[in-house]
Design a protein around this ligand. Structure first.
Ligand code: NDP
Length: 457
């Protein structure tokens, strides 16, 4: 049977664009559909605009710290409109680059919603026509989850909306205790908004090392964020221009803006997947095998729509592995071991490898090395903020199996440390590497403060 294309990709985000480009470069005839701006969550409504906002909000501390170094700083003034518009201009520029990548590689882009009709047919909704392809790749990503039971009419915003707010809220209540909640609590606090964070559990960032997340909580409080744990919203209403939240603990909060940051869901609704025979899991994520193949042999899926490791570089690598295996004739699979992670809190978190608690639970024979110190910059800056670094070492072979840190530039350091950890270097090899002085990172090769893990049997 002759198909219109060799590959049809649904979704022009990081994963879809990488898969489309690499497949097209093998000579395959490729088309892609994107219903919004090219670039996907990361570029348009995620990592990229978020990081610009992180940078913007960090100036609050920088102005303050500058005084300790002899600077006289006038009363700083911040314009939300300027930041928002400049961020959007950059997002538009980057989105154009994604489109150019497709054009240069002869990938035909349809700016429409597309749904799957059968194992080889896609329907282009805006154009009202069908297209056939030998293989179909679902790379549509995820979408923020809003608690519809509490907020059926959408009084609160989600991360998609936060980059477009007409004005900076004076007060905001953020629900959640994960990446987005913490990053935006710091962003808004740094920009001068009064922030309250409401988390249903006990410990923020619960998937991270306990000491790291405890330090994150302390740093949030030090930045003036009001933190309310162990409770949830029971109602959200609007009264006289204010948003009113009732909490399960009996408290009432009044605020200008409410931000749901309680997780993301795979964007599978209305995509025609069940009708085409594509199986979904209980969270409505597409189920795939190690080669990203769904229950329908001609249909594949990568990235957040599979709800495994929901990070941009993972989607990119999955897209590359898919193209290599299916079109270049070189079978490849993503290696999910030792994926470095960062939370852009202030200061930020960097992490690679298992947590101390996980190692203990798995009965791994480990030692923990720790450094907890005030970076030299903070001395003259008159800041009490400290840096916490941990190395987890396998006692059986001396390998450094994990590195966790919270402090200035932690994500930059962890990207480098991840090379050593993934390569399986030993603590002795870390120690044999000459320190670079004066840096914060030198602690990684001079760490001698050893302890047995907490709860170790
Ligand atoms: P996370 O999964 O990080 O956190 C969700 C938070 O919401 C958790 O604290 C969770 O509580 C809480 N929660 C879940 N459901 C409810 C509910 N019904 N009511 C109240 N609270 C609830 O999700 P995010 O939305 O922050 O981010 C989504 C994903 O996007 C991340 O997991 C990550 O993969 C990616 N991301 C990565 C970033 C980075 O790399 N820096 C930045 C932003 C996003 P509990 O802890 O009890 O489960």
């Amino acid at each position: 049977m002759a198909f219109d294309y060799d590959l049809f990709v649904l979704g022009g985000g990081s994963g879809g664009v990488r898969a489309a480009r690499m497949s097209a470069q093998t000579g395959a005839r490729v088309a892609l559909a994107e219903q919004s701006k090219m670039g996907g969550t990361c570029v348009v409504r995620g990592c990229v605009p978020k990081k610009f906002m992180v940078y913007a909000s960090e100036f609050a501390d920088a102005f303050e710290h500058a005084k300790g170094f002899g600077w006289t700083v006038g009363a700083p003034d911040f314009s939300w409109d300027t930041l928002r518009d400049r961020v959007q201009a950059e997002v538009t520029r980057l989105s154009g680059i994604y489109q150019n990548i497709m054009d240069k590689n002869d990938v035909e882009v349809f700016h429409t919603r597309a749904i799957i009709k059968d194992p080889h047919t896609v329907h282009l909704v805006d154009e009202g026509r069908d297209i056939t392809a030998e293989r179909i790749l679902i790379a549509v990503g995820g979408t923020p989850f809003r608690d519809e039971a509490i907020d059926p009419s959408g009084i609160g915003i989600v991360s998609d909306d936060v980059f477009h707010l007409p004005e900076q809220p004076k007060r905001i209540v953020i629900a959640g205790g994960g990446y987005i909640a913490i990053e935006f609590a710091h962003i808004f606090a740094g920009l001068g908004t009064e922030v309250t964070l409401v988390y249903r559990g006990e410990r923020l960032l619960k998937a991270f090392d306990k000491e790291i997340s405890e330090r994150v909580e302390a740093n949030l409080k030090a930045h003036g964020v009001r933190y309310i744990s162990n409770t949830v919203f029971t109602s959200l209403t609007e009264e006289n221009g204010e948003k009113v939240i009732e909490l399960a603990n009996g408290d009432t909060l009044r605020t200008d803006e409410v931000f749901w940051a309680i997780g993301r869901l795979p964007l599978t609704d209305g995509l025609g997947l069940e009708d085409a025979g594509v199986k979904l899991d209980g969270n409505r994520a597409v189920i795939v095998d190690e080669d990203y193949r769904t229950s329908v042999p001609s249909i594949f899926a990568i990235g957040d729509v599979t709800n495994r490791v929901n990070l941009t570089p993972v989607a990119i690598r999955e897209g590359a592995a898919f193209a290599s295996t299916q079109f270049a004739g070189v079978p490849k699979r993503m290696d999910y071991h030792f994926i470095p992670k960062a939370v852009f809190s202030q200061p930020p978190v960097g992490s690679v490898g298992p947590t101390e608690a996980h190692c203990v639970a798995m009965d791994h024979d480990i030692d923990v090395y720790e450094a907890d110190f005030r970076p030299m910059k903070n001395v003259l800056a008159d800041s009490d903020e400290r840096m916490l670094m941990k190395l987890i070492v396998d006692r059986n072979n001396d390998r450094v199996v994990a590195c966790h840190m919270v402090g200035a530039d932690a994500p930059e350091m962890i990207q480098i440390a991840a090379i050593a950890v993934k390569a399986g270097l030993t603590k002795q090899q870390f120690d044999e590497t000459c320190a670079l002085h004066p840096t914060v990172a030198e602690e990684l090769v001079t760490m001698s403060n050893k302890r047995t893990p907490t709860g170790y049997k």
